[in-house]
Ligand binder design. Structure first.
Ligand SMILES: Cc1ncc(C[n+]2csc(CCOP(=O)(O)OP(=O)(O)O)c2C)c(N)n1
Ligand SMILES: [Mg+2]
Length: 553
């Protein structure tokens, strides 16, 4: 049967299990989505259209692909704005599918902004549908890229969505996605090193989550009695109440990174200097690097042993090799766990103290502590913003299930928490979904709050309202590094709970520590009926949190 390209794409999306598409108009595929009954989540700008789909892919670990559309073609206004979202998805390695209008044949070179070359800088693969008959082929390739190998965004540009082709000539079959297993010789070499180590450490990255390998990580750590740290993006890959869990950041993590002689890095790029640790004294350590491809091998640090393959298959192979070798544990499990616990307790003491603080303005850690108390940590989703909320929550928030917390940010782009909380609600409607933000993140998201009301998305925005960009200005920690650009109108000048309340949100403004838990409970209650909530907590500026090793204290 002859169909137009847009309809063909939409039917293929349906065959691939795509249940909805986020968008900001216009894109010529949108009308076909509407006609074919695929719901569109219309955001209020193009960056958020990308970000929601991106976050959906992250939160579902790529098991459900987030898809978005935005304006492209010769008048690529939407794409210019969407670029920010694409760049973030590319930097963080998120398998999101972006569909846009392509520059039609005969019009290339008419615009100053070169769509194809711009998109190639922020995608794993950029497909240009230059012939209608190629629709199934390009969609197959897109889903192959999205479901196999190192994750990253894929962009499809459609120059002529109304051109037609014969749907029956090349029938579409959904793409499974493929994994690769490591070379057994590499696994043996890695295990030789691991078992000889005096102070081994597992450094787990987001690849563990994408591979669905959390249980395998736990099994290997327990078998070999190796402490575990996770990256920001992998927070939750290892249960944080586990006796072998060291942390994401902070003094205890620095201690373990420093004292380790063998580091088993799994599913991480090991790229220091963004929002991650450097490896201290790397030349004196043996780095075993398990990664899905070679891009990150020998990057920054020499890799002693690479284990190339899917993280789950690699962890399983390592575990099998370790159990085949073991003749009694080299390390005493009880001792390892006791040391981890002592180190964590010591490092976290200062934060645990302020988590119980009665001071006013409220200490932000008190809000986080109370949030942990209110939430069912096995059935909720929390994410941070760029700024102190990222740094503080990633220091202390206990994450018990993969994606119970979404840490993000090789480059942390302000405003992403709203997209993440929306995507979490779409992915797991039964889980409570909370975005914790400062004023900068809030400023980015304001224009998109209407979406929550229109779509009846019951999520809660927790605002740590401290009247400025708390990490930047002068204060008790010194002169500040951006003392001229940190102040904004604060809670004494503007009542944001009234502003956002006027939109239709359930809002509260909380000044007293004793009111935090009841206010959070009311918000989460209201969320159950599909009504969004915003709680403004009047907080002090308290830029204290665990550091990244090697970034300067
Ligand atoms: C798009 C973007 N631009 C700039 C930055 C740099 N940046 C990081 S945090 C921040 C300010 C955060 O202040 P606020 O939201 O008030 O949070 P606080 O640290 O006070 O809790 C800025 C400007 C960024 N992360 N993203
Ligand atoms: Mg602030």
């Amino acid at each position: 049967m002859t169909i137009d390209v847009a309809t063909g794409i939409v039917r293929i999306l349906k065959a691939e299990g795509v249940g909805w598409v986020s968008t900001f108009p216009v894109c010529r595929v949108n009308n076909a989505l509407g006609r074919e009954g695929v719901p569109m989540l219309m955001m209020r700008d193009d960056r958020y259209a990308v970000a929601v789909a991106d976050a959906f892919s992250r939160i579902t670990a790529g098991s459900r692909i987030g898809v978005c559309t935005f304006q492209g073609g010769v008048n690529a206004a939407g794409m210019q704005y969407a670029y920010a979202g694409m760049a973030q998805a590319f930097e963080d390695g998120s398998p999101v599918l972006c569909i846009t209008d392509g520059v039609p044949a005969g019009s290339s070179g008419n615009s100053q902004y070169d769509v194809a070359s711009a998109m190639k800088t922020v995608s794993k693969w950029f497909g240009y549908l230059d012939k209608p008959e190629r629709t199934p082929e390009l969609m197959r390739r897109a889903f192959t890229m999205l479901r196999s190998g190192r994750p990253g965004p894929v962009i499809l540009a459609i120059p002529n969505a109304t051109a037609t082709y014969d749907e029956t000539a090349d029938p579409y079959h959904p793409v499974k996605g493929w994994k690769s297993a490591p070379d057994p010789a590499d696994v043996r070499a890695a295990v030789d090193q691991l078992l000889q180590a005096r102070n081994p450490l597992i450094y787990a990255g987001e690849g563990v989550i994408y591979a669905g390998a959390s249980d395998d990580l736990k099994a290997l750590a327990e078998l070999a009695q190796v402490p575990v740290i996770t990256t920001l993006k992998a927070k939750g890959a290892f249960p944080e109440d586990h006796p072998l869990f060291v942390g994401v950041r902070g003094d205890q993590v620095a201690h373990y990174l420093n004292k380790s002689d063998v580091i088993l890095a799994v599913g991480t790029s090991l790229s220091p200097g963004r929002f991650s640790h450097a490896i201290p004294n790397a030349p004196t350590k043996t780095i075993i690097h398990c990664n899905v491809d070679e891009l990150h091998i020998n990057k920054m640090y020499p890799t002693a042993h690479a284990v190339i393959g899917d993280a789950r298959l690699s962890l399983q192979a390592l575990r099998q090799e370790v159990s085949g070798r073991k003749s009694g544990a080299a390390r005493n499990g009880g001792d390892v766990a006791a040391e981890v616990r002592a180190s964590r307790d010591e490092a976290l003491a200062r934060y645990r103290q302020v988590m119980n603080s009665d001071e006013t303005p409220i200490n932000p850690y008190r809000v986080y502590g109370d949030l942990m108390e209110v939430l069912d940590l096995k059935n909720s989703f929390v994410t941070h913003e760029s700024g102190n909320t990222r740094d503080q929550l990633s220091t202390v928030f206990d994450t018990l299930i993969p994606r119970g917390f979404l840490g993000w940010g090789n480059v942390s782009t302000l405003g992403f928490s709203l997209a993440a909380a929306i995507a979490a609600k779409k992915a797991f409607p039964e889980r409570t979904s909370v975005a914790v933000t400062g004023e900068a993140g809030l400023g980015y998201m304001l224009g998109n709050l209407e979406v929550l009301l229109r779509e009846k998305l019951g999520i809660t925005v927790v605002h740590i309202s401290n009247g400025g960009f708390a990490g930047y200005g002068p204060g008790f920690w010194g002169p500040g590094h951006d003392p001229f650009t940190h102040q904004v109108l604060g809670p004494d000048d503007v009542d944001m709970s009234k502003v956002i309340g006027a939109l239709g949100f359930h809002t509260e403004r909380v000044k007293e520590p004793a009111e935090i838990i009841p206010a959070l409970r009311r918000a989460l209650d209201v969320n159950k009926g599909g009504r969004p909530a915003y709680i403004e907590f009047i907080c002090c500026q308290y830029p204290v949190y665990g550091q990244w090793v090697g970034r300067g204290e």
